[in-house]
Design a protein around this ligand. Structure first.
Ligand code: ITT
Length: 194
Protein backbone atom coordinates (compact mmCIF):
# COMPACT_ATOMS: atom_id res chain seq x y z
CA UNK A 1 0.00 0.00 0.00
CA UNK A 2 1.20 3.53 -0.75
CA UNK A 3 1.18 6.22 1.94
CA UNK A 4 1.24 9.96 1.53
CA UNK A 5 3.94 11.84 3.42
CA UNK A 6 4.30 15.62 3.47
CA UNK A 7 7.75 17.17 3.27
CA UNK A 8 7.65 20.69 4.71
CA UNK A 9 9.45 22.33 1.81
CA UNK A 10 8.83 23.67 -1.67
CA UNK A 11 12.33 22.77 -2.72
CA UNK A 12 11.57 20.20 -5.43
CA UNK A 13 15.21 19.19 -5.65
CA UNK A 14 15.09 18.12 -1.99
CA UNK A 15 11.79 16.31 -2.57
CA UNK A 16 13.03 14.39 -5.62
CA UNK A 17 16.26 13.41 -3.92
CA UNK A 18 14.52 12.11 -0.79
CA UNK A 19 11.78 10.41 -2.84
CA UNK A 20 14.39 8.41 -4.72
CA UNK A 21 15.91 7.24 -1.43
CA UNK A 22 12.59 6.30 0.16
CA UNK A 23 11.31 4.18 -2.72
CA UNK A 24 7.67 4.07 -3.74
CA UNK A 25 5.95 2.96 -0.55
CA UNK A 26 5.69 6.60 0.52
CA UNK A 27 4.61 9.28 -1.91
CA UNK A 28 6.14 12.62 -0.91
CA UNK A 29 4.12 15.80 -1.35
CA UNK A 30 5.48 19.33 -1.10
CA UNK A 31 3.75 22.17 0.76
CA UNK A 32 2.54 23.62 -2.51
CA UNK A 33 1.04 20.28 -3.52
CA UNK A 34 -1.16 20.25 -0.42
CA UNK A 35 -2.12 23.90 -0.87
CA UNK A 36 0.01 25.32 1.94
CA UNK A 37 1.38 28.62 0.69
CA UNK A 38 2.14 30.43 3.93
CA UNK A 39 5.65 31.00 5.21
CA UNK A 40 5.92 28.85 8.34
CA UNK A 41 7.78 30.82 11.03
CA UNK A 42 11.11 29.40 12.23
CA UNK A 43 11.32 31.13 15.59
CA UNK A 44 12.73 28.39 17.83
CA UNK A 45 16.21 28.61 19.35
CA UNK A 46 17.31 25.10 18.39
CA UNK A 47 17.41 23.07 15.17
CA UNK A 48 15.14 20.48 16.81
CA UNK A 49 12.69 23.22 17.80
CA UNK A 50 12.52 24.73 14.32
CA UNK A 51 12.15 21.39 12.58
CA UNK A 52 9.33 20.47 14.96
CA UNK A 53 7.63 23.88 14.56
CA UNK A 54 7.39 23.32 10.81
CA UNK A 55 6.23 19.71 11.06
CA UNK A 56 3.73 20.49 13.84
CA UNK A 57 2.25 23.35 11.84
CA UNK A 58 1.45 20.99 8.96
CA UNK A 59 0.22 18.22 11.22
CA UNK A 60 -2.11 20.54 13.15
CA UNK A 61 -3.51 22.15 10.03
CA UNK A 62 -3.76 19.17 7.66
CA UNK A 63 -3.65 16.15 9.99
CA UNK A 64 -1.19 14.36 7.70
CA UNK A 65 2.06 12.54 8.41
CA UNK A 66 4.88 14.95 7.67
CA UNK A 67 8.50 15.87 8.27
CA UNK A 68 10.64 19.00 8.25
CA UNK A 69 14.37 19.66 8.49
CA UNK A 70 16.64 22.35 9.79
CA UNK A 71 20.40 22.64 9.44
CA UNK A 72 23.12 24.67 11.09
CA UNK A 73 26.89 25.08 11.06
CA UNK A 74 28.19 24.62 14.61
CA UNK A 75 31.68 26.01 15.30
CA UNK A 76 33.35 24.73 18.46
CA UNK A 77 35.35 27.88 19.32
CA UNK A 78 32.22 30.01 18.86
CA UNK A 79 30.18 27.95 21.33
CA UNK A 80 28.21 26.34 18.52
CA UNK A 81 27.43 29.52 16.57
CA UNK A 82 26.08 30.27 13.99
CA UNK A 83 24.00 27.12 14.66
CA UNK A 84 20.29 27.71 14.34
CA UNK A 85 21.06 31.23 13.04
CA UNK A 86 23.21 29.99 10.12
CA UNK A 87 20.99 31.32 7.32
CA UNK A 88 20.79 34.86 8.67
CA UNK A 89 24.02 35.09 10.66
CA UNK A 90 25.36 38.35 9.21
CA UNK A 91 22.21 40.04 7.88
CA UNK A 92 18.45 39.53 7.69
CA UNK A 93 18.85 38.11 4.19
CA UNK A 94 20.30 34.74 3.20
CA UNK A 95 23.61 36.43 2.33
CA UNK A 96 26.09 33.55 2.01
CA UNK A 97 29.12 35.79 1.34
CA UNK A 98 28.47 38.05 4.34
CA UNK A 99 27.90 34.99 6.54
CA UNK A 100 31.26 33.49 5.54
CA UNK A 101 33.03 36.83 6.10
CA UNK A 102 31.53 37.09 9.56
CA UNK A 103 32.60 33.57 10.54
CA UNK A 104 36.14 34.06 9.18
CA UNK A 105 36.38 37.36 11.06
CA UNK A 106 35.30 35.76 14.33
CA UNK A 107 37.83 32.96 13.91
CA UNK A 108 40.80 35.26 13.20
CA UNK A 109 43.67 34.34 15.55
CA UNK A 110 41.78 31.34 16.95
CA UNK A 111 43.62 28.01 16.78
CA UNK A 112 40.59 25.78 17.15
CA UNK A 113 38.73 25.77 13.83
CA UNK A 114 36.70 22.59 14.41
CA UNK A 115 33.16 22.75 13.07
CA UNK A 116 30.31 20.51 12.09
CA UNK A 117 27.19 20.70 10.00
CA UNK A 118 24.18 19.27 11.80
CA UNK A 119 20.82 18.47 10.27
CA UNK A 120 17.77 17.59 12.31
CA UNK A 121 14.66 16.07 10.79
CA UNK A 122 11.44 16.08 12.83
CA UNK A 123 8.90 13.52 11.65
CA UNK A 124 5.33 13.39 12.92
CA UNK A 125 4.12 9.91 12.11
CA UNK A 126 0.70 8.69 13.25
CA UNK A 127 0.73 11.37 15.94
CA UNK A 128 4.19 10.62 17.41
CA UNK A 129 7.28 12.78 17.00
CA UNK A 130 10.57 11.22 15.89
CA UNK A 131 13.91 13.01 15.39
CA UNK A 132 16.72 12.01 13.03
CA UNK A 133 20.13 13.68 13.19
CA UNK A 134 22.95 13.83 10.65
CA UNK A 135 26.39 15.24 11.41
CA UNK A 136 29.52 15.81 9.33
CA UNK A 137 32.63 16.93 11.20
CA UNK A 138 35.31 19.14 9.73
CA UNK A 139 37.07 22.47 10.04
CA UNK A 140 36.73 26.04 8.82
CA UNK A 141 39.66 26.92 6.58
CA UNK A 142 41.09 30.44 6.37
CA UNK A 143 40.12 31.30 2.79
CA UNK A 144 37.35 30.24 0.43
CA UNK A 145 38.09 27.31 -1.89
CA UNK A 146 35.75 26.14 -4.65
CA UNK A 147 32.57 27.48 -6.17
CA UNK A 148 30.15 24.53 -6.00
CA UNK A 149 27.47 24.03 -3.38
CA UNK A 150 26.06 26.88 -1.33
CA UNK A 151 26.15 28.50 2.09
CA UNK A 152 29.35 27.87 4.02
CA UNK A 153 30.62 25.16 1.61
CA UNK A 154 33.69 27.13 0.35
CA UNK A 155 35.21 27.28 3.86
CA UNK A 156 34.14 23.85 5.16
CA UNK A 157 36.71 21.06 4.87
CA UNK A 158 35.22 17.74 5.98
CA UNK A 159 37.47 15.49 8.11
CA UNK A 160 39.44 13.00 6.02
CA UNK A 161 39.05 14.93 2.74
CA UNK A 162 41.33 17.28 0.83
CA UNK A 163 38.54 19.18 -0.91
CA UNK A 164 36.06 21.59 0.64
CA UNK A 165 32.36 20.94 0.10
CA UNK A 166 32.53 23.63 -2.61
CA UNK A 167 35.30 21.81 -4.50
CA UNK A 168 33.72 18.33 -4.35
CA UNK A 169 31.37 17.08 -7.02
CA UNK A 170 27.83 17.34 -5.67
CA UNK A 171 27.36 13.57 -5.82
CA UNK A 172 30.31 13.13 -3.48
CA UNK A 173 29.07 15.78 -1.03
CA UNK A 174 25.66 14.11 -1.08
CA UNK A 175 27.20 10.79 -0.02
CA UNK A 176 28.73 12.16 3.19
CA UNK A 177 26.72 15.24 4.02
CA UNK A 178 24.85 15.99 7.23
CA UNK A 179 21.57 16.07 5.27
CA UNK A 180 22.23 12.72 3.59
CA UNK A 181 23.01 11.14 6.95
CA UNK A 182 19.81 12.42 8.55
CA UNK A 183 17.73 11.39 5.53
CA UNK A 184 19.22 7.88 5.57
CA UNK A 185 18.04 7.47 9.18
CA UNK A 186 14.57 8.73 8.24
CA UNK A 187 14.42 6.34 5.30
CA UNK A 188 15.49 3.38 7.46
CA UNK A 189 12.69 4.21 9.90
CA UNK A 190 10.08 4.56 7.16
CA UNK A 191 11.12 1.27 5.54
CA UNK A 192 10.25 -0.49 8.77
CA UNK A 193 6.90 1.32 8.96
CA UNK A 194 5.95 0.91 5.30
P1 ITT B 1 14.69 26.50 4.25
O1 ITT B 1 14.51 26.55 5.76
O2 ITT B 1 13.78 27.40 3.51
O3 ITT B 1 14.77 25.10 3.71
P2 ITT B 1 17.35 27.39 4.85
O4 ITT B 1 18.31 28.26 4.11
O5 ITT B 1 16.96 27.80 6.25
O6 ITT B 1 16.10 27.17 3.93
P3 ITT B 1 18.61 25.03 5.98
O7 ITT B 1 17.82 25.05 7.23
O8 ITT B 1 18.82 23.72 5.31
O9 ITT B 1 17.98 25.95 4.85
O10 ITT B 1 20.04 25.65 6.26
C1 ITT B 1 20.25 26.82 7.03
C2 ITT B 1 21.54 27.48 6.61
O11 ITT B 1 22.65 26.63 6.92
C3 ITT B 1 21.64 27.74 5.09
O12 ITT B 1 21.08 28.97 4.73
C4 ITT B 1 23.14 27.72 4.90
O13 ITT B 1 23.72 28.97 5.23
C5 ITT B 1 23.62 26.68 5.90
N1 ITT B 1 23.69 25.35 5.27
C6 ITT B 1 22.78 24.35 5.36
N2 ITT B 1 23.17 23.27 4.65
C7 ITT B 1 24.36 23.61 4.11
C8 ITT B 1 25.28 22.93 3.27
O14 ITT B 1 25.05 21.70 2.83
N3 ITT B 1 26.39 23.57 2.90
C9 ITT B 1 26.65 24.81 3.32
N4 ITT B 1 25.84 25.54 4.09
C10 ITT B 1 24.71 24.93 4.50
Amino acid sequence: MKHELIIATNNLHKLTEIQSLIGDTFILKSLQQIGCIEDIPETALTLEGNALLKAQYIYDKYGKNCFADDTGLEIEALDGRPGVFSARYATDEHDFEANIDKVLGELTNLENRKARFRTVIALIFNGSVHYFEGIVNGEIIKERKGIKGFGYDPVFLPDGYKQTFAEMPLAEKNKISHRARAVTKLVDFLKLEG
